[in-house]
Design a protein around this ligand. Structure first.
Ligand code: NAD
Length: 438
């Protein structure tokens, strides 16, 4: 099929390359001319494993091209996917101005039937606004359908997630749109949930909110574990074998971040308020997540007392491993809190330094983990990159001014760290002997 994908960011670019890989002819459109020019020269604008290869292969086969013109994309396609950003506003409501702008341009460009598919994560019933706006701005009364096809890919494994998803959700109003969307995903063998448009929209917000809830739940349990001498890693294992609970998303840590969970949770809470229902449970999830960062900073203070003029080495800035995405990353909040206490920060991330430089100020960015450790009073781990798990810990100990590691991701074994002579504090690892003394 001929497909136009508008907004080729983390979702849209993977979607474009993924559809091309499935054999469709895809035009990826973005209003960021620099991004388009770069892609034409085969430069991928962000770090995502396997994506560059997929883009190059499909560009070579002539199935994937890029343009900055929505008009060109729409005129040369049968189906139009909207993948632009939906960032949070101050009050948590999703900012839909990019979606609205794109929909208006699509409406101006429609001269024949198209299926217009909403892939961006949006509040429930946004599809009605899309329909209304196309009707308003398309002078020729051209026929069209609206579809909802939320995306569940995860940054860091986005290509695999797109091509081998757990499920595909398709929201449609009629058989025609259903047939077209099923045809697009024909080659992907996974459960396909066909439903109405509002339900498809809610599925996305409910899924992300549930995952964030799991994280805040285990983080709450971890805080209790620390107080009573229990080990949250074992607790999570013990829980996770129950198939009703599942093992995923039960890693206690410094909390969730990124461009999805924080903003989608806020948007879902806002939708609830708009429709007169308070999603109390999700407000608690948000609160636990914010507290989790403060708890980590408290641990640094407990180890070093006064932070003024102390040097803190930070390992990991991206909101999770295998991405350079810094949007709403926990590292931003933790580093700013440490800086407010007067600490000086040296930081290293294997991929996110360039992005981090745009957001974090007064930070010395290092070439590797060892440089971040050198002459620091403490090392703080904020992202669980694999390469940190294989560090030469004896070397790290020698480089640090004092051997203090506060690990926000539980990447090391506590006993081993103690044996090596570190003052090591992870998440949710209570010391039973201290408890007994109390
Ligand atoms: N990032 C994720 O892991 C993820 C996963 C699932 C769903 N989502 C959702 O997908 C949507 C897109 O997220 P993202 O992370 O890809 O965002 P992004 O910011 O990486 O990309 C958005 C792109 O849209 C482009 N754009 C904005 N206005 C435009 C316009 N008027 N015309 C053409 N292009 C325009 C931007 O230049 C940018 O390239 C969001 O709603 C997000 O919540 C994201």
């Amino acid at each position: 099929m001929k497909i136009c994908v508008i907004g080729i960011g983390h979702v849209g670019l993977v979607t474009s390359a993924g559809f091309a890989q499935l054999g469709h002819r895809v035009i990826g459109v973005d209003n960021d001319i620099k991004k388009i020019k770069g892609l034409m020269r085969k430069t991928v604008p962000f770090y995502e494993p396997e994506l560059e290869k997929l883009i190059r292969e499909n560009q070579k086969k002539g199935r994937l091209s890029f343009s900055s013109s929505i008009k060109f994309g729409v005129k040369n396609s049968e189906v139009v996917f909207i993948c632009v950003g939906t960032p949070p506003r101050e009050d948590g409501e999703a900012d839909l101005s990019s979606v609205e702008k794109v929909v208006r341009e699509v409406a101006h460009s429609l001269d024949d039937y198209r299926t217009i598919v909403e892939k961006s994560t949006v509040p429930v019933n946004t599809w009605q606004w899309i329909k209304h706006t196309v009707n308003l701005y398309n002078k020729g009364n051209t026929e069209f359908d609206v579809g909802v096809n939320p995306e569940f890919l995860r940054e860091g494994s986005a290509v695999k997630d797109f091509l081998q998803p757990d499920r595909i959700v398709i929201g449609v109003e009629n058989e025609r749109a259903k047939k077209i969307l099923l045809e697009i995903y024909k080659k992907i063998n996974c459960p396909k949930i066909i439903t109405n448009l509002s339900t498809a929209e809610i599925i996305k917000h409910a899924s992300n909110s549930f995952l964030a809830t799991k994280i805040s739940f285990i983080n709450s349990v971890s805080n209790l574990c620390e107080k009573v001498g229990a080990d949250v890693v074992k607790v999570a294992q013990g829980m996770g074998y129950d198939p009703r609970i599942g093992k995923a998303f039960l890693s206690a840590g410094v909390g969730y971040g990124g461009f999805c969970f924080p903003k989608d949770l806020a948007a879902f809470i806002h939708i609830g308020e708009k429709y007169g229902y308070e999603l109390t449970i999700l407000k608690a999830v948000q609160k636990v997540n914010e507290e989790q960062r403060k708890i980590l900073v408290k641990k640094v203070k407990e180890a070093l007392w006064v932070l003024k003029d102390k040097v803190i080495g930070v390992l990991g800035l991206a909101f999770k491993p295998n991405t350079d995405d810094m949007r709403l990353a926990p590292s931003i909040y933790v580093i700013q809190m440490l800086q407010q206490e007067g600490a000086r920060i040296k930081a290293f991330d294997p991929a996110a330094t360039l992005e981090a430089k745009k957001i974090l100020h007064g930070v010395k960015f290092c070439q590797d983990a060892y440089e971040a450790a050198m002459n620091s009073d403490c090392l703080v781990i904020l992202t669980e990159w694999d390469e940190f798990k294989n560090l030469d810990l004896k070397k790290i100990k020698k480089l640090l001014k004092v051997p203090v590691i506060i690990d926000g991701r539980n990447i090391f074994d506590h006993e081993k760290m103690k044996k090596l002579g570190f003052i090591y504090k992870g998440v949710g690892k209570g010391d039973a002997s201290i408890f007994l003394k109390k």
